[in-house]
Design a binder for this molecule. Sequence first.
Ligand SMILES: NC(=O)C1=CN([C@@H]2O[C@H](COP(=O)(O)OP(=O)(O)OC[C@H]3O[C@@H](n4cnc5c(N)ncnc54)[C@H](OP(=O)(O)O)[C@@H]3O)[C@@H](O)[C@H]2O)C=CC1
Ligand SMILES: O=C(O)[C@@H]1CCC=N1
Length: 255
Amino acid sequence: MGQTLLGGLLRAGRDPGSVTVVDRRSGRGEELRRRFGVTVVDDPTAVHDATTVVLAVKPQDLAGLLDSLAPHLDPEALVVSLAAGVTTAAIESRLAPGTAVVRVMPNTPSLVDEGMAALAAGSACSDENLALAEELMRSCGHAVVLAEKHLDAVTALSGSGPAYLFYVVEAMVEAGVLLGLPRATATELVVQTLVGAGAMLRETGQHPTVLREQVTSPAGTTAAALRRLDDAGVRAAFVSAVEAAHARSRELSGG
Ligand SMILES: NC(=O)C1=CN([C@@H]2O[C@H](COP(=O)(O)OP(=O)(O)OC[C@H]3O[C@@H](n4cnc5c(N)ncnc54)[C@H](OP(=O)(O)O)[C@@H]3O)[C@@H](O)[C@H]2O)C=CC1
Ligand SMILES: O=C(O)[C@@H]1CCC=N1
């Protein structure tokens, strides 16, 4: 996710010379340097002169990372965390009092500048800090500011959401192959159908129920398929899956 966001920032015109990546795996540094033209170091004390620090490690690694960064952070620096589940209060508790923290939940379509991110401000975060974090996230897609109590739901919906849609695409491609289509053809059909359906949702502004009804001819093929999906409890399974992601995000906040 960190690399995805880095790519978005640079595409949006940020000077690579102004960005330092702290990466503990030395083998990857050369590739990042070559690909993005940024400075790559393995020493976390490099944050000492940073005005904005983006944390893109797994939630389980965040506490240890914060402890190693805290003594070196400029007290005026803005800290932006991408970690699922970890609250701004938990982050603040490991940093100097008054440190500005923003919690962000991005998603992987940021890779193609179609990301959806939600941001929540910590207790010492000014409007200016929040606007800066929002600008960072808008460099690779959409961004909304929400109360922090909603961030676990955002994580479950748009954070993990691309995986649910890729899962549906995988299943549909397999179905096409089962019906005798070459895999490449099935993939092209399904991918463009997903992109087209997404564009219709965005550009018509119509409710998905209306768009689904337009596809569903009386006594036709779609009605036969949707009946099977309902029989298999697919709609309920999606709701339950999102609930499970929400619960897991809340669990990670305890970590
Ligand atoms: N993937 C996604 O779709 C989304 C992820 N997120 C959040 O983004 C964060 C990263 O997730 P993701 O990119 O999937 O995870 P990855 O494991 O792919 O990336 C985490 C990276 O952090 C590095 N790292 C760990 N500890 C340190 C450290 N102390 N110093 C420097 N680098 C370190 C890891 O290095 P190494 O490879 O050596 O372990 C790894 O490259 C998570 O908190 C996740 O919740 C948020 C929204 C969406
Ligand atoms: O699976 C995860 O935990 C991360 C957070 C949201 C998407 N990926």
